[in-house]
Ligand binder design. Structure first.
Ligand code: C2E
Ligand code: CA
Ligand code: CA
Length: 750
C-alpha cells in the first residue's frame, strides 16, 4: 500500500508557520481529496519543515512501516472534529534536531486543519452520492409509471416493446434500452425485438447469445439463462465486459443491467438497460427496474392471451358463418347481411335484389358421381360464381345446392343482367375426376321493396321465383304474384298447422328398425302425420319444411317428443322396452333450453334417456356447427343415442362426422334403393359402411324395401335395416300388436 501522499525533497530550515498558512489555503480550496493530500505533503517539504512527509488514511487500510529509513519521524494523528481517527500525517527528517516543541505546536494545528479538510470532503462526497442515488431512483420510478401507462395503451406486442424501450430512454434518461427474445436455434441467439437510444451499428450485429459459452457471459445471456436480473456496475473496469469496453466507453456507457422477461413460467427474452452513470443500478433503482421488467412480462403475456382469444373467436365465427365446403358465407351470414342491406337501402331510398340460384338436378348428379365428387363440383361451381367480374356484395351458399347473391342498389334490370352472367358462367361443362358434367341452374330474383320489405320475405320470394324458373324451364325468373298465390295457400295451411298442433291434430306414426344379425326389431323411428280436418292425413314432407322455416318446428318437435314419451310409457306398462328415435331439425338445436326442456320431459314421464334417441340430418349439423355441437355434446352426455340422418345427401365428410358426438349413421334411402341397379350407389353404400365402421359407429340402412336389398346389406355387414321390407310406418299405438305377431317370424327375415 503506497502512502496517500508523500514528498521527498531536501529540507530547508523549518518554516512551520509558512507551511501551516499554505496548508490552510490548500484545505480551503480543495475539491479532491487525493490532490489535497499530495499538495499538503509538497507544501511541508517545500517549506522546509521536513525532508519527507506522508499521509496515511485509515480508509486505505493498514499503514506500512516507512519511518525506519529516517533518523527522526513524527506521526501526527489526523482526527475528525467528531473525534474519529482519519489517519496520520508523518513528518521525517535526517536531522536529529528537527521538530522543536514550538514548531510542533504549529504542526499539530496544521494536522488539525488537514483533518477537518479531509472530513469536509468526505461529507460532501457522501451527500453527493446520496443525492445522485435519489436522482437515479427517482428516474427509475418515473420510468416505471410511464411504463405502466404504456402497458395499458398498447394492443400489439411489437408496439409494446418499442414503446417501453422509448419510455426507458426518453423518460428515464437511460442511454439505451433494448429487448431481445431468446431464440431456440442452434446458436441460441438473442433476437433484438426493439431498441431505443444511441447504439452505433445494430444490436443484431453484436450477435448476442444465451448459450452457456464464453460468448454467452454477457448480461443479456446471463439474465436469460438464470432468469434473474443481472447487473455489471462498471464497464470501465469490469473484466467480463472487456470485449465491449472500448466501444461502450466511446458511446458513453458506464453500467449495464439485464432483466429476464418471463411469460408462462418461461424466460422468453430480456430487457437490457444501459446507463451513462457509473453508480447507476443501486439496490433501490434495481428493485424498481425489476418491477418494470415484470410488468413488461405481464403485458406481453396478457397481449398473447388476448391474441389467442381473438384467434379462437375468429375460428369459431368462421365455423359458424362460413360454409366449410366452399368457404362462402352460409345462410346465417346471408340473413344477417341481408337485414343490414335492407336497412341501408331503406335509409338511402335505393332498391336491392336478392338472387337465389338452384343447381338443377344436383341430387341426380350426386347420385351418379358419388357425394365426394358432388362436393368437388359444388366447390368448383362456387369458384366460378365468385370469380365473375360483377361485383355483388355477397355470394352465399344457403343449402346443399342453393346459392344466394345479394345485390345492393340493383333494380330488376341490373339483377337480370347479373343473373344472366351467373347462368353463363355455368355454360362450360365442369370436370370432376375425369368426368365432364353439364350443370344448369334456375335463378330467382326478388326485389326490395317491391317484393318484400324484410329479409324473410325476400328470401322466400326469390326462392319461390327460382322454383318457378325451374318448373317452367325459364332459367331466370323474377318473382311473380301467381307464385304468391301458392304461397298464400301454404300460408293458410301453416296457420292451420299452428292450430293443428295446439288442437292435437298431429298423429304419431312409427317405423320399426331391425337388427340384421338377429332379425329382431331393435328400435322404432317416430314419424309425424297431420290429420287435417278437411285435407285428411298429410305427410310430413308437405309441412315439415315450412314448419322449419317459420319456427313452428319447435312446437311440433315438442309435441312429438311428448307423444313419444307417452307412447314409450304405455309400451313399458305392457312390458315392451323399445327406444323411439325422434327427428330433430336444425332449428331445434338453436332453441334455447332444449336440453333443459328434455330433462323436464324425462322427469314428467319418469323416463330415462334410453327411451328416446335422436336423428339429425347432415344439413342440421352444418347449419350452426359451433352451437349445434355444444347442444349435441350435452345431449350425448345426458345419455341419448344420436344418429346422423340421410347420410350422403348433405355435404359433410366422414372426417367431420368423426368429430361430432354421434353414435350411428343412417345411410340415405336414395343410395340404398339405387344399390341393385346402380354400381356407383352400391360402391357408395359399401364404402360408407366400411368407413363408418372404421370410426367406430353403427350403420343403419334406410329404404330396405326388398329381400334382395336386405341380403346385399347383410353381406356388407350393415348393422340395422329400416324400410318397407321390415315394415312401413304405422300408427304408433298399433306397433305393440304388430310386434307381437311378428315375433315368431323374426328369423324368417333371412
Ligand atoms: P326420414 O327421417 O328420412 O324418415 C324416413 C322416411 O322414409 C319416412 O317418410 C318413411 O315413410 C320413408 N320410408 C321408410 N321406409 C321406406 C322404404 O322402404 N322406401 C321408401 N321409399 N321410403 C321409406 P315420412 O314419414 O314421409 O317422413 C318424411 C320425412 O319427414 C322424414 O324423413 C323426416 O325427415 C321428416 N319427419 C317426419 N317426422 C318428423 C318429425 O317428427 N320431426 C321432424 N323434424 N321431421 C320429421
Ligand atoms: Ca329420420
Ligand atoms: Ca332419413
Amino acid at each position: 500500500m503506497s502512502p496517500a501522499a508523500s514528498a521527498d525533497l531536501p529540507s530547508r530550515s523549518g518554516h512551520a508557520t509558512d507551511a501551516a498558512l499554505r496548508a490552510y489555503r490548500t484545505v480551503l480550496h480543495a475539491s479532491d481529496e487525493r490532490t489535497m493530500l499530495r499538495e499538503i505533503c509538497d507544501v511541508l517539504v517545500d517549506a522546509g519543515v521536513c525532508k519527507g512527509a506522508w499521509i496515511d488514511l485509515v480508509s486505505d487500510g493498514p499503514t506500512p512501516q516507512r519511518a525506519a529509513d529516517w533518523v527522526i519521524a513524527k506521526a501526527l494523528p489526523l482526527m475528525a472534529p467528531d473525534g474519529k481517527t482519519l489517519g496520520t500525517l508523518t513528518l521525517a527528517d535526517s536531522d536529529p534536531s528537527a521538530f522543536d516543541p514550538a514548531e510542533m505546536a504549529i504542526l499539530v494545528q496544521l494536522a488539525e486543519d488537514v483533518a477537518s479538510g479531509i472530513d469536509a470532503l468526505h461529507q460532501k462526497a457522501v451527500r453527493q452520492s446520496h443525492e445522485q442515488r435519489l436522482l437515479l431512483v427517482d428516474r427509475a420510478l418515473r420510468t416505471l409509471s410511464a411504463g405502466n401507462r404504456t402497458l395499458v395503451r398498447c394492443t400489439e406486442e411489437a408496439q409494446l416493446l418499442a414503446q417501453m424501450c422509448r419510455v426507458i430512454v426518453e423518460i428515464g434518461g437511460y442511454r439505451v434500452a433494448w429487448v431481445g427474445y431468446a431464440q431456440h436455434d442452434t446458436n441460441r441467439s438473442i433476437f433484438p425485438m426493439a431498441q431505443a437510444g444511441v447504439v452505433e451499428g445494430s444490436i443484431e450485429r453484436m450477435n448476442f447469445t444465451w448459450a452457456d459459452t464464453p460468448a454467452g457471459q454477457t448480461p443479456p445471456g446471463m439474465a436469460i439463462r438464470n432468469g434473474k436480473p443481472y447487473v455489471r456496475l462498471d464497464i470501465a473496469t469490469d473484466p467480463m465486459l472487456a470485449p465491449f469496453r472500448e466501444k461502450s466507453l466511446e458511446m458513453g456507457f458506464a453500467a449495464v443491467s439485464a432483466f429476464p422477461l418471463i411469460v408462462d413460467d418461461e424466460v422468453i427474452g430480456n430487457l437490457d438497460i444501459v446507463a451513462r452513470e457509473r453508480d447507476a443500478f443501486g439496490d433501490q433503482e434495481l428493485a424498481v427496474l425489476t418491477e418494470l421488467a415484470e410488468d413488461l412480462s405481464f403485458g406481453i403475456s396478457s397481449l398473447r392471451v388476448r391474441a389467442r382469444h381473438r384467434n379462437a373467436e375468429k375460428m369459431l365465427e368462421r365455423m359458424a358463418f362460413v360454409d366449410q365446403l366452399t368457404g362462402l358465407p352460409n345462410r346465417i351470414r346471408l340473413r344477417e347481411r341481408l337485414e343490414r342491406a335492407i336497412e341501408h337501402a331503406r335509409r338511402e331510398h335505393r332498391p336491392l335484389a336478392l338472387l337465389t340460384l338452384n343447381v338443377d338436378r344436383f341430387r341426380d348428379i350426386n347420385e351418379v358421381l358419388g357425394y365426394r365428387s358432388g362436393d368437388r363440383l359444388l366447390a368448383q361451381l362456387a369458384g366460378r360464381l365468385t370469380g365473375l367480374p360483377v361485383a355483388p356484395a355477397l355470394i352465399a351458399r344457403i343449402g346443399v345446392d342453393v346459392f344466394a347473391v345479394l345485390l345492393p342498389g340493383a333494380d330488376a334490370e341490373q339483377a337480370e343482367v347479373t343473373a344472366r352472367a351467373f347462368a353463363r358462367a355455368l355454360d362450360d361443362p365442369f370436370e370432376v375426376e375425369g368426368a365432364r358434367v353439364e350443370v344448369q341452374a334456375s335463378i330467382g330474383i326478388a326485389l326490395f321493396p317491391g317484393h318484400g320489405v324484410d329479409a324473410d320475405a325476400l328470401i322466400m320470394r326469390s326462392d319461390a321465383a327460382a322454383f318457378q324458373a325451374k318448373r317452367d324451364h325459364l332459367g331466370i325468373a323474377i318473382f311473380r304474384l301467381d307464385s304468391e298465390r301458392e304461397n298464400r295457400e301454404r300460408l293458410t295451411l301453416m296457420a292451420d298447422l299452428r292450430r293443428g298442433i295446439a288442437e292435437n291434430q298431429l298423429r304419431l306414426y312409427c317405423q320399426p328398425k331391425a337388427n340384421m344379425m338377429s332379425g329382431r326389431v331393435c328400435g322404432v323411428e317416430a314419424l309425424v302425420r297431420w290429420a287435417h280436418p278437411t285435407h285428411g292425413l298429410i305427410l310430413p314432407d308437405r309441412f315439415i319444411p315450412f314448419a322449419e322455416r317459420t319456427g313452428l318446428i319447435n312446437a311440433l318437435t315438442h309435441w312429438v317428443i311428448n307423444a313419444s314419451l307417452a307412447q314409450c310409457y304405455s309400451w313399458r306398462e305392457r312390458g315392451i322396452d323399445m327406444p323411439l328415435a325422434v327427428n330433430l331439425s336444425a332449428r331445434n338445436l338453436l332453441e334455447p333450453h332444449l336440453v333443459e326442456r328434455l330433462a323436464g320431459l324425462l322427469d314428467t314421464w319418469g323416463a330415462t334417456p334410453s327411451w328416446l334417441q335422436f336423428e339429425l340430418t347432415e344439413s342440421a349439423l352444418m347449419e350452426d356447427p359451433a352451437g349445434a355441437l355444444d347442444v349435441l355434446r350435452r345431449m350425448q352426455q345426458m345419455g341419448f343415442r344420436l344418429y346422423v340422418d340421410d347420410f350422403g345427401t348433405g355435404y359433410s365428410s366422414l372426417s367431420y362426422l368423426q368429430k361430432l358426438p354421434i353414435d350411428a349413421v343412417k345411410i340415405d334411402k336414395s343410395f340404398v334403393l339405387g344399390m341393385q341397379a346402380d354400381p356407383d350407389a352400391w360402391t357408395i353404400v359399401k364404402s360408407t359402411i366400411d368407413m363408418v365402421h372404421n370410426i367406430g359407429l353403427e350403420v343403419v340402412a334406410e329404404g330396405t324395401e326388398t329381400q334382395l336389398i336386405w341380403d346385399s346389406l347383410a353381406t356388407l355387414h350393415t348393422d340395422v335395416a329400416q324400410g318397407s321390407y321390415v315394415a312401413d310406418p304405422m300408427p304408433a299405438d298399433e306397433f305393440a300388436e304388430w310386434n307381437a305377431q311378428r315375433h315368431g317370424s323374426a328369423l324368417g327375415l333371412h
